[in-house]
Ligand binder design. Structure first.
Ligand SMILES: [Zn+2]
Length: 318
């Protein structure tokens, strides 16, 4: 009975979960790619038309677009990866019917970009790891036929999903305690979830885009995590990131004050973002975000190394 109540509560909660994500995939990836000089060897990649059969579902109104380059142009691998690592957030996964459970993750896009591990893995919602593998398979196909443009572009899509699941809210939406306490006031629960999500996103984006040295240092110094299979790594990434969610939530309540839980459309005081304003609590808040971000950077680096190994082997055979 108890389990059933919790399940119902969880279903109700998940139903209203908005889409969470790391912000600034592009800026973070740009900083990380600078550490891989071998990528610069691929600086004259010919832009090619799309010639692939992808039977997975796409948003019917999503069209393949070249975001700056034209077919026939030459472009660097670094530009392709940074330009397209955000592509999966640009509508391709919206408005489709993938799973009867997709409502629980906020729709089809949520389903594709999340991997909610609930009940210690007994109930999983979302397919981000599967998507990471899907685009890796397409990348491999493209590279093998010599189409490096689409190879790097599909790789960037795949990387997006791996990075997504390293964001704690992608792996677990909200402390269960809050769901249970708030279940009789759904409106409030919705705004709590949204407030925590947008505030973390705004805060992290501000730190990266304004070059907070602590954040840049973590992105640069994170040790690569071994990737042998993008799907398996994405699953592992989600298991790790989900553990940060509870503490992150609690620290946000302390750092921004109770309004983050009580006020609709809460907006944080911009002074709290500025990195001149350090305090022990701020330090704690940064530390937890940075721990999660270190994993995000570590997976990204591991995946770049995985790509290098693949390309080296493939080019050796040729
Ligand atoms: Zn995403």
């Amino acid at each position: 009975m108890k389990k059933r109540i919790i399940l119902t509560v969880l279903i109700l909660f998940l139903f209203i979960t908005p889409l969470f994500s790391w912000s600034a995939h592009k800026e973070m990836t740009e900083i990380i790619l600078k550490q891989f000089p071998w990528l610069q060897k691929y600086n004259k990649i010919k832009v090619t038309p799309y010639t692939y059969t992808d039977n997975s579902l796409y948003n019917p109104s999503y069209a393949i677009t070249y975001r700056g380059e034209k077919i026939g142009d030459e472009i660097s691998a670094i530009t392709i990866i940074t330009r397209y690592v955000e592509e999966p957030d640009k509508g391709m996964d919206e408005n489709i019917n993938i799973s009867s459970m997709q409502k629980l993750t906020g729709g089809s896009s949520g389903w594709r970009h999340m991997y909610f591990i609930t009940f210690q893995g007994l109930w999983i919602l979302g397919e981000a790891p599967k998507r990471a593998l899907h685009f890796w398979n397409l990348a491999r196909e493209a590279f093998m036929k010599g189409d490096y443009y689409w190879g790097f572009r599909f790789f960037a899509y795949s990387l997006h999903y791996l990075q997504d699941v390293s964001m704690p809210f992608h792996a677990y939406p909200m402390p269960l305690k809050n769901v249970v306490l708030g279940i009789f006031n759904l409106d409030k629960l919705i705004s709590q979830g949204e407030n925590h999500h947008y505030t973390l996103e705004d805060y992290q984006e501000y730190q990266i885009k304004n070059g907070n040295p602590k954040y840049i240092k973590v992105l640069k110094e994170a040790k690569p995590l071994e990737v042998k299979n993008p799907e398996e790594s994405a699953k592992k990434a989600a298991w790790i990131s989900r553990d940060f969610m509870g503490e992150l939530w609690n620290l946000q309540v302390k750092y921004y004050g109770p309004d983050i839980n009580n006020k609709k459309n809460f907006k944080a005081d911009p002074k709290l973002f500025s990195f001149e304003n350090y305090s022990p609590l701020r330090e704690e808040y940064d530390n937890i975000i940075l721990q999660a971000l270190e994993f995000c950077a570590g997976w990204t680096k591991g995946y770049i190394i995985f790509l290098k190994d693949f390309l080296d082997k493939m080019e050796e055979i040729k």
